[in-house]
Ligand binder design. Structure first.
Ligand code: IPM
Ligand code: MN
Length: 348
């Protein structure tokens, strides 16, 4: 019995999670596994009512689950940063979800802005470090508000943190069994502390993985190649900030935020799965948002829960549905949010 914590969150989060749960229920019957869900109402609305974002007691609750299924975080009436830091980043850090796994895969029939590239060429995965770097929130203001102001923001990279991320990436590349090529994305020519550590650790660990081809690209060049020759990539591993940036670019070349899913993984603990697109408040309640990112995140969750067959069924069904949709964008799909969910269920 898999115990799943459901956190629909803000904006369109609840609408897309509803479709994800619909698919989960249908696939559980077909693949024959059992699960139970417990819903939590953390997010912007609750914060406005109670002033509470995520109490420490809730963190302890989440540790008792096998996985967390998250909709979206971000509310138009809440100052940016409060929910992002207090909820999403707090969960990622407190549950030590040190990997953010983001597949960039173009499904059949999905429009990509890259001319002459199709599903054959756009199929790679970004392994983003998820607990360190600039996201630790370390820094200071000096002489704040004066003309001499200085703002310092620290990127913290520990050998332990970098190494566990790299080791995960090597193992993942081996298992993915596509081209067995792992690319380190960094900025060794400028960030000569942080990426010196990353590069040394990468090269040392590579010695243990002789079956995996390795290479290195600077982050700016990575952006260029992702657009020009996306087929060059199999798995990319990078730090938290660069991973954040290049996976938005990745989402665009795979058809947009409506289809991009991700997993915040603690391979030894509780992982959390989410559509990476955010809460899209202007579409709330209109039944027009694309639920496929949330459905795909649910598929990733099944994989990690050990339900590989069910995960496969979900992905194959999604691929049939994308082939019939007019667009991945909200309001232009040719179907409503709930109709897309129904179609995925039907094609399982
Ligand atoms: C993401 C988001 C978050 C991040 C924000 C909401 C804090 O952009 O999941 O990529 O920067 O990691
Ligand atoms: Mn992001």
């Amino acid at each position: 019995m898999h115990k799943i914590a459901v956190l629909p969150g803000d904006g369109t989060g609840p609408e897309v999670i509803r479709e994800g749960l619909k698919v989960l229920e249908a696939v559980s019957e077909k693949a024959g596994f059992k699960y139970e869900t417990t819903e939590f109402d953390f997010g912007g609305e609750r914060y406005k009512k109670t002033g509470e974002v995520l109490p420490d007691s809730a963190l302890e609750d989440f540790k008792k689950f096998d996985a967390i299924y998250l909709g979206a975080v971000g509310h138009p009436d809440v100052k940016p940063g409060i929910l992002e830091k207090g909820l999403l980043l707090k969960l990622r850090f407190a549950l030590e979800q040190y990997i953010n796994l983001r597949p960039v895969k173009l499904y059949p029939g999905v429009w990509t802005p890259i001319k002459d590239k199709g599903p054959e060429e756009i199929d790679f995965v970004v392994v983003r470090e998820n607990n360190e770097g600039l996201y630790v929130g370390e820094g200071e203001f000096i002489k704040k508000g004066t003309p001499d102001e200085v703002a310092v923001q620290v990127s913290r990279n520990t050998r332990r943190g970098v190494e566990r991320c790299l080791r995960y990436a090597f193992e993942y590349t081996r298992k993915r069994n596509k081209r067995k090529q792992l690319t380190l994305c960094g900025k060794t020519n400028v960030l000569t502390y942080a990426f010196d550590l990353w590069e040394r650790a990468f090269n040392e660990i590579a010695e243990e993985y002789k079956d995996i081809k390795t290479d290195y690209t600077h982050v700016d060049a990575t952006c260029m190649w992702m657009v020009k020759n996306p087929e060059w990539f199999d798995v990319i591993v990078t730090d938290n900030m660069f991973g954040d940036i290049i996976t938005d670019l990745g989402a665009m070349i795979q058809g947009g935020m409506g289809i991009a899913a991700g997993g915040n993984l603690n391979p030894e603990g509780v992982s959390m799965f989410e559509p990476i697109g955010g809460s899209a408040p202007k579409y709330t309640g209109k039944n027009v948002i694309n639920p496929l990112a949330a459905i795909c995140a649910g598929g990733m969750m099944l994989e990690v829960l050990g339900e590989g067959k069910a995960a496969d069924m979900v992905e194959k069904s999604v691929m049939k549905v994308t082939a019939r949709m007019k667009s991945m964008s909200a309001g232009k799909m040719g179907f409503s949010t709930s109709e897309v969910g129904d179609l995925v269920v039907k094609n399982l």
